[in-house]
Ligand binder design. Structure first.
Ligand code: SF4
Length: 363
């Protein structure tokens, strides 16, 4: 093999924690998978070791929470979505407060600390409906975090309620909102969004919501759904936009990438396998040098690959998912219990610890 000094230099840079650019990312993407994985694992160690009194490198975290979808009524019709319904369909629903209470009580009984609440872009729910839901939960279940409403929902609220994002987010926080999930990020490249979800918030909108939320002191996560119409260059552009936003507003707690699930959706694409998933996750860990936490996506990849992903840059197994309705309708049906999570983590010689939304250890 011919010695390549520039590649050697790039590998050194990654090993020692340096920042890479898009061209370097593209080059890394072609490395043998194990080599890329080792670099991502090194970057996980560099990022995490200082945490938890210097034990961050030995600990893998997870959260016990529940995904609650308050409505499946949506007029955005994303081509990759199997979850939405029109108002007239027989199985269209809007959650009631007693239904919500029951789900929260079940979550608390399992040691859960929060709900992730998101829904379709319902054309008729009022702002007061959302505020009442939030204050009801906040008053009835103090201490239980409401991680809710993705940026595309806030863009929808801005349109239908005709109010600035700052006002909306402040009012939601006053009523009980605790943090914002990164749903709807998909690929933050508008030519991709135009093809898969032309009626949904575009890239600048998504980032604007995060910018405002971070400025108001809210933490949020960042996501990527890949393996549909996008190219590798688009994925890298997505990472670049997230990294630039994090440099600016510093409010992302974690990055989560998952692969497109095609069943019952209008979008046709070959399924992304474990090899490409791990490659992309490893590259993301290296590129997103200002993100502390990377979650593995066992929900779309299965328990074993979810475990392997912990050696490809991830330091967190995400949620136990007491309930999940969206990707399961598109074909991903993996389930995991707390003992399963502990076993997967301990089998790697690491220590499993429950965390809250802000990556603080629970118990
Ligand atoms: S992904 Fe969300 S916004 Fe898009 S159609 Fe489904 S529910 Fe609606």
């Amino acid at each position: 093999m011919i010695y390549d000094a520039s590649l050697d230099e790039l590998l050194q840079k990654v090993w020692t924690g340096g920042r890479i650019d898009a061209a370097e990312a593209k080059r890394l993407y072609t490395l043998p998978l194990e080599e890329l994985g080792a670099l991502a694992d090194r970057r996980r160690q560099l990022a995490k070791t200082p945490d938890f009194d210097g034990r961050g490198n030995e600990i893998v975290t997870y959260i016990v929470d529940r995904n609650i979808n308050y409505t499946n009524v949506c007029n955005v019709y994303c081509k990759f979505c199997a979850f939405y319904r029109t108002e007239k369909e027989a199985d269209a629903y809007v959650i009631t407060l007693p239904e919500l209470d029951k789900k929260i009580e079940e979550t608390l009984a399992c040691g859960g600390t929060q709900m992730l609440i998101q829904g379709g872009h319902h054309p008729k729910l009022t702002k007061q409906w959302y505020l009442d839901l939030l204050s009801h939960v906040k008053n009835k279940f103090p201490g239980f975090n409401i991680h809710g409403f993705s940026p595309s929902e806030f863009i929808h609220f801005r349109e239908v309620f005709n109010e600035p994002l700052e006002t909306l987010i402040q009012d939601f926080v006053k009523a009980g909102l605790g943090s914002i999930p990164g749903g709807g990020g998909e690929i933050l490249v508008d030519r991709v969004r135009q093809r898969i979800a032309p009626l949904k918030a575009m890239s600048d909108d998504w980032l604007e919501v995060m910018d405002v939320a971070h400025r108001l002191g809210l933490a949020s996560s960042a996501t990527m759904m890949f393996g549909h119409v996008e190219t590798v260059e688009d994925r890298i552009e997505h990472l670049e936009r997230l990294r630039a936003q994090q440099d600016k507003s510093k409010g992302f707690t974690a990055f989560i990438a998952w692969t497109f699930q095609a069943e019952h959706t209008k979008l046709r694409a070959p399924t992304v396998g474990a090899h490409e998933y791990l490659r992309m996750q490893a590259l993301s860990r290296i590129y997103l040098d200002n993100f502390k936490n990377v979650q593995s996506s066992w929900v779309t990849q299965g328990l074993e690959i979810g475990q392997v992903a912990l050696k490809y840059g991830a330091n967190d197994l995400g949620s136990i998912m007491l309930e999940e309705n969206v990707v399961s309708q598109a074909g991903a049906t993996f389930r995991m219990t707390v003992p399963d999570m502990h076993r997967l983590i301990q089998d790697l010689g690491l220590e499993p610890r429950q965390r809250n939304n802000w990556y603080q250890l629970v118990n």
